[in-house]
Ligand binder design. Structure first.
Ligand SMILES: *Cc1c(COP(=O)(O)O)cnc(C)c1O
Length: 406
């Protein structure tokens, strides 16, 4: 027998099939032939870095983001770093960032000798709290980096107004949110420059690292184009010291195949999020879990479907799901202001209470586009069982058909 699940017999105690947190293979497999051909074409042409595929991708992404310039680069992290360089951030400058985000948002600031100033989040959206941003502004503040966490835009109207009134730049960290909108405007078009990541786990993921800068400021775009390629123009003449942060043609070729499917994938992610909401409510599990909230005026693209597990039960629930074969992730377990490398900044425990509470309660569930409805039912079923064993009043009445295995 090659069946390692040992559940080939149709017994009543047969465990439900496991549910992966993310299965990139399901997304890429149907495109395999097209992708192979696109890669083969790059190999044939031999233009491996910043080839025509890169320019095509730059134009397509700029269009999706509603801006006039797309500038490919090596990663989302580099997009953030290049943005800060292009906006003249210098040692001693302060840049306001959330602490509840991926590391790169703040490390880019730190790398330039500038100071990341961490502010707390809105506990409902997990995004930068505009009031906290305003309160953190000092004469040294040069700009702000709102992050569109989990695929929902930050409150860009409020953030933009505060930034404008204080002459601050706005860099959008849109690494998780390509395709999201705020009041009908695409993310990436809402600040001075937007930063996108093509890391494989993002909504539009390549076969390795890749990133893009988007902006309607042509002067800034020109500077970014120089900076990503050693400040070189023309060849071997260097105007300023830049970086080697170019986009590979093979990545762009893969992404050009995938991009026309992005909208369908987003629709699927949105449908999956809606299905979870319905299932959790039907079982009244929203008494124990806080479900994600989409603010009015926002189009959420669900890079993550993240619940809050109340009553200190997050790690217990996660362990239960893991034992049941359900993959989950914690984004993010340690807020940036509490990371060892930022100790010198002097933030003490309790300094960003909403961020710290979120870090202890959040749990991201599988939400990838190809996730099947039965798989979501399985996830919800195992969560219901967890609470049933703790709180007798929780009843498990999942959709008929799924419970027959329980
Ligand atoms: C992924 C991510 C980045 C970094 O992107 P890379 O392409 O992995 O360098 C930056 N910010 C956020 C919020 C991210 O999720």
């Amino acid at each position: 027998m090659t069946n390692t699940n040992s559940n080939s017999s149709m017994s009543k105690s047969q465990p439900l099939p496991s549910v992966p947190f993310l299965d990139i293979g399901r997304e890429n497999a149907p495109l395999n032939a097209e992708i192979q051909e696109a890669i083969a074409n790059v190999c044939k042409a031999g233009y491996f870095v910043m080839g025509p595929e890169c320019h095509k991708l730059e134009e397509s992404i700029a269009e999706i983001c509603g801006v006039s310039n797309g500038i490919g680069c090596a990663s989302g992290s580099d997009a953030l770093l290049l943005s800060l360089i292009a906006l003249d951030v210098k040692p001693g400058d302060e840049v306001i960032v959330p602490s509840f985000t991926f590391f790169a948002t703040a490390s880019a600031v730190w790398r330039l000798g500038a100071k990341p100033v961490f502010v707390d989040i809105d506990p409902v959206t997990y995004n930068l709290d505009p009031a906290k941003f305003e309160a953190a502004i000092t004469p040294a503040t040069k700009g702000v980096i709102p992050v569109h966490l989990f695929g929902q835009s930050a409150d860009m109207k409020a953030i933009g107004e505060i930034a404008k009134a204080n002459h601050l730049f706005v860099i959008e960290d849109a690494a998780q949110a390509v395709g999201a909108t705020c009041n009908g405007q695409p993310v990436g078009s809402l600040g001075d420059v937007g930063c996108i990541s093509f890391y494989p786990t993002k909504n539009l993921g390549g076969f390795g690292d890749g990133g893009m800068l988007v902006t309607s400021n042509d002067e800034l775009a020109e500077r970014l184009r120089l900076l990503r390629a050693h400040g070189m123009k023309p060849r071997y003449y260097h105007k300023e010291v830049g970086a080697n942060s170019r986009l590979d043609s093979i990545q762009a070729a893969v992404l050009n195949v995938k991009l026309p499917r992005l909208e369908d994938w987003t629709v699927s992610r949105r449908r999956n999020a809606g299905s979870y909401d319905e299932m959790f409510r039907a079982q009244q599990l929203n008494r124990y879990l806080t479900l994600p909230v989409t603010q009015s005026g926002m189009r959420h693209v669900w890079n993550q479907y993240t619940i809050r597990v109340l009553n200190g039960l997050r790690d217990g629930l996660r362990a239960h799901l893991q034992e049941s074969g359900v993959g989950t992730e914690i984004y993010y377990p340690v807020p940036l202001h509490q990371q060892q490398c930022f100790q010198a900044l002097g933030y003490s425990a309790g300094s960003l209470p909403e961020t710290e509470l979120a870090a202890s309660e959040v749990l991201s569930l599988p939400v990838f586009p190809e996730l099947k409805i039965e798989e979501m039912q399985t996830v919800v079923h195992h969560i219901a069982r967890f609470y049933q064993s703790r709180i007798p009043s929780v009843t498990t009445q999942v959709t008929p058909g799924v419970m027959t295995n329980a």
